[in-house]
Design a protein around this ligand. Structure first.
Ligand SMILES: Nc1ncnc2c1ncn2[C@@H]1O[C@H](COP(=O)(O)OP(=O)(O)OP(=O)(O)O)[C@@H](O)[C@H]1O
Length: 921
């Protein structure tokens, strides 16, 4: 072995066994890493060596088992019994046909479930997780799958930790519930060590799959992918089977109910056929088996799962990632949306408008003309630059707009723009050099502060909501930069100025500072943020999204109530609410800071009367209280959130919605739906999709149920006629109809476009069952009965035309036998033609077919074309004729079938028109 390859071999070995418990410098040496991070080239090499940082599921899909599961589920078992019965009475052909039904259904279900699973799995691609690492000494945002051992990772509040990491500096609070089940966050710090602790409890290690809920730290990755603790937890790496959604559970119950009815009918049929029609026990059992196989709705469930999955994929393309199939149904019955304002109703692209101090006002808007600033403005800009974490990348704003060159929180970016307009140097390096400590932005305090070194003293710089900053101020700056006491009159003047700005929908930030003795230990937050000197206000404009007003109007017509829960000023929030149409001309605004002291009953009273409300200055806790109160009232609540502290409210709502762009990983983790475009309009689109799926499920349920009547009626006529009428439909024809020609159209109905008026209805009550009595009446007694009448009409027409009268023999050898074969064929094709009409009829529940377009569902047209080809094969292929007892029909008989679909659809169209008319009157 050459020297080089020997060295690689040793390196590989040391890489594989890093011990995170060893001292940091030794660990770094063993990982061949440094505190400045890896080079891009080295990282790429390691990625090849270790593979991507992802959890691989053990083994692929065990398809033989899956297929076996499909042929052994309880409804299939029922069919097995049916096949065994017909085998026992000596009818092998029917037994084999029933087995074929079982197999075909299993195959369909299998393919559909695979499709559904694939649709959900591909969602992960839409939302790659990211991590900040040091590459070539610079911070870089990379996809978490590209993390390698030796990478230096920067962790911040809200990050999901993507690898096992030894902290090297800083401290973070970590929620490790995915690993330990313990949801109380624990402190992990580079300064703490406990060699005796179990690895998961080691105070200087953090693990993949946990969440950083506070603090900042840097650390070195020592394990990725399957080598992480998460990778080792075998249970987690296995395929997780989704629990059936409430819709699926309901349909399963109904499927069983129908199966029981089918069993009852089949059992009752045997004595009727034997004693009424004088059939042999063998024939009676065979017919009973046919009835059973035709009516057990074994295909219903997979079709529903697939419809949900198709909706999930469609939603993903529209910008809403839904994590569970069942969420689609919940979306459909959502009746309250609790939304935040910034970024959801507004663009979250803030532009500075005004800088205001006690002695100067500077317009920063589009026509800004900034003259030599006075000392108060200079102090204001210094504070704005120091107390931010955003940075503007070098280069003048202009060519693609300033926001494209900026990184960080939009509020802070806008402050930096303001500062630059006012002539300040916004270089982040200088800022970092001076910063001694940071008191992070706290959404409850609504403040952020930094402690920055200066020549003579340290400055505490504070910025935040004016109501939070002003009470902490006791001084104000003169135009010459001198601090004087803040009089009550001046305080009142500032407050009224804030209200004036906010009333115009502007976001107002107050800035203040305080001199502290240099070089001292940073004081506790409460001690630091007091006795401040008020510097001034900066106002920012964050206009409503262009599509927000229309989306709000759509919610209103759809009976959905909107509640805005925002951290912003009551007047700013009211102005924006008015602009987008929430709460009408004079929206009810509640200052949620008072909400903490509100009694639960008072909150309930606010929410009870169905008004739209704006909760301003609210905290994450207020969100949680509001979600709980609404749910207790029986509402189905969708709630948006993006911060770490929003996670409880997101979990407590029926649909937690996190922001894909601006939100934290923790919020995305807690949410059921993630918006990739952060827009309110996407929430409304998702609700519409939820309603559409539910409607479509109902459509194919009606379609599938409707065929029961034409399947049963021929047997009833036969049995009740006491032998005077020959069987109008053979058992094998029934089975051919059931699996051969029915499945594709029912799948296609799951992909119907939205029916007009879907968003003009009130939300569906969440406890309303998916299958309601009127649907069954429409399926069985209206559509089904019309098809059955047409089918029997065709049968008797062909038979009597040949000279048949009740009781005349039609068996093999009889002169009427050929006519009988043609008559059953007519009845078979009549059923298919009628069901085509049913398919078009059920495409809408209320609206006219014209309103959605006759050709607007290409899947259905293709399915019907396939159905017709199959029907022709069943009727004209000689082997099929021999098997099914069909016979070729002359053209004039086929022409007779043409009006069937139109008759069925037309009758339903008329019925719907009458219903719409009576609804209007
Ligand atoms: N980075 C920041 N530093 C200091 N204060 C801030 C910062 N961001 C926001 N604020 C202040 O805190 C208030 C609340 O902010 P928060 O982020 O909780 O809600 P929001 O962005 O105003 O609205 P929404 O809840 O609708 O997103 C703001 O109105 C502003 O006055």
């Amino acid at each position: 072995m050459s020297e080089g390859s020997k060295e690689t071999a040793t390196r590989v070995q040391t890489f594989m066994e890093p011990t995170p418990e060893e001292p940091p410098d030794l660990l770094l040496r063993h990982l061949h890493a440094s505190r400045h991070g890896l080079s891009t080239r080295e990282a790429a090499r390691r990625l090849v060596q270790y593979g991507p940082n992802e959890l691989r599921r053990r083994g692929g899909r065990q398809w033989p088992q899956e297929l076996a599961r499909q042929v052994t589920h309880p409804l299939a078992m029922l069919l097995w019994v049916a096949a065994a019965l017909s085998f026992a009475v000596g009818s092998q052909t029917v037994a084999i046909a029933v087995l074929l039904v079982i197999l075909l259904n299993a195959l369909f279900a299998f393919v559909q479930e695979m499709e559904a699973e694939r649709a959900v799995e591909t969602l992960a691609q839409y939302l790659p997780q990211h991590a900040t690492v040091l590459r070539d000494g610079e911070p870089a945002l990379i996809e978490a799958t590209a993390l390698v051992p030796g990478d230096i990772v920067v962790l911040e509040e809200g990050d999901r930790i993507a690898a096992d990491i030894r902290l090297l500096s800083g401290a973070v609070d970590v929620d490790m519930s995915t690993l330990t089940g313990e949801s109380v966050p624990v402190l992990r710090s580079a300064e703490l060590t406990d060699l005796a602790a179990h690895r998961l409890d080691a105070p200087d290690l953090v693990f993949s799959g946990s969440n950083c809920t506070g603090g900042e730290a840097q650390g070195v990755v020592f394990a990725t992918g399957m080598h992480t603790q998460l990778g080792r937890i075998a249970a987690l790496s296995e395929r997780v089977k989704e629990r059936p959604s409430p819709l699926e559970a309901q349909v399963r119950r109904v499927a069983w109910l129908i199966a029981c009815i089918a069993i009852g009918m089949a059992i009752a049929f045997v004595p009727v056929a034997m004693f009424g029609a004088g059939l042999s026990i063998r024939n009676s059992v065979v017919f009973a088996v046919g009835l059973l196989a035709g009516n057990v709705p074994e295909g219903l469930l997979p079709v529903i799962t697939l419809a949900l999955a198709v909706a999930v994929s469609a939603l993903a393309r529209r910008g809403a990632l839904v994590k569970r199939l069942s969420a689609v149904e919940t979306l459909g019955s959502t009746d309250v949306i609790c939304t935040d304002k910034t970024g959801t109703l507004t663009e979250n692209r803030m532009r500075p408008m005004t800088a205001w101090t006690s002695s100067a006002v500077v317009d920063l808007g589009p026509n800004a003309h900034v003259r030599e600033p006075d000392a108060s403005i200079t102090a204001l800009t210094e504070c704005a630059v120091a107390c931010t974490n955003a940075f503007l990348e070098s280069g003048e704003p202009g060519d693609g707009g300033p926001a494209e060159r900026a990184v960080g929180d939009p509020t802070e970016i806008a402050l930096l723009f303001a500062a630059r307009l006012l002539g300040a140097d916004v270089d982040p390096t200088a800022r970092e050099r001076r910063r001694r400590h940071q008191y992070e932005f706290d959404p409850t305090r609504k403040l952020m502060s930094t402690l920055d070194a200066d020549t003579a003293c340290d400055w505490l710089h504070t910025k935040g909501a004016p109501e939070s900053v002003l009470p902490r101020c006791d001084g104000v700056l003169t135009p010459d930069g001198e601090r004087i006491a803040l009089s009550e009159a001046e305080r009142a003047r500032i407050t009224s100025q804030v209200e004036q700005f906010a009333g115009h929908g502007l976001r107002v930030l107050a800035l203040a500072r305080r001199a502290l003795p240099p070089g001292q230990e940073p004081p506790a937050r409460d001690d630091a943020e007091r006795e401040l000197c008020f510097l001034g206000l900066v106002t920012l404009l964050d206009p409503p999204r262009p599509d927000a007003a229309e989306a709000v109007a759509r919610c209103h017509s759809a009976g959905i109530r909107i509640i805005v829960i925002t951290g912003d000023h009551p007047l700013t929030s009211a102005a924006i609410a008015r602009q987008v149409g929430v709460g009408g001309e004079d929206p009810t605004v509640i200052n949620a800071q008072a909400l903490g002291h509100l009694h639960e009953k008072q909150l309930d009273a606010f929410l009870a009367d169905g008004r739209e409300i704006v909760f301003a200055r609210s905290s994450p806790e207020a969100k949680l209280h509001i979600a709980e109160a609404l749910r207790a009232e029986g509402h189905v609540v969708a709630m948006t959130g993006d911060g770490v502290n929003d996670a409880p409210a997101l979990r407590s709502a029926d649909i937690g919605i996190a922001m894909g762009r601006s939100g934290t990983d923790v919020a995305r983790e807690a949410a059921t739906m993630v918006l990739t475009d952060d827009s309110f309009a996407t929430i409304v689109a998702a609700i519409e999709a939820g309603r559409q799926v539910y409607d479509n499920v109902r459509k194919f349920i009606i379609y599938i149920f409707a065929h029961a009547t034409p399947e049963v009626v021929p047997f009833l006529v036969f049995a009740l006629a006491g032998g005077a009428v020959p069987l109008p439909l053979t058992v094998l024809q029934l089975l051919a109809f059931d699996v051969g020609t029915e499945t594709l159209p029912s799948l296609a109905l799951g992909r119907e476009p939205t029916e007009s008026g879907t968003m003009e209805q009130s939300p569906r009550p969440h406890n309303e069952p998916v299958i309601r009595a009127p649907m069954l009446v429409r399926a069985w007694l209206f559509l089904g009965l019309i098809v059955a009448a047409l089918q029997m009409g065709g049968f008797f027409y062909v038979l009597t035309r040949a000279g048949w009268h009740p009781g005349a023999p039609t068996g093999p050898g009889a002169p009427l036998h050929h006519a009988y074969l043609q008559a059953t064929t007519m009845s078979f094709l009549g059923m298919i033609a009628g069901q085509i009409g049913t398919a078009f009829a059920v495409r809408t529940q209320r609206a006219s077919l014209r309103s959605i377009g006759v050709f607007s569902n290409p899947y259905l047209l293709a399915a019907i074309a396939a159905e017709l080809v199959l029907a022709a094969f069943f009727v004209y292929a000689p082997p099929m004729q021999a098997l099914l007892g069909t016979s070729a029909l002359p053209a004039h008989d086929l022409a007779l079938l043409l009006p069937y679909p139109v008759t069925v659809w037309g009758a339903d169209e008329l019925h719907r028109w009458l219903r719409r008319r009576t609804a209007v009157h």
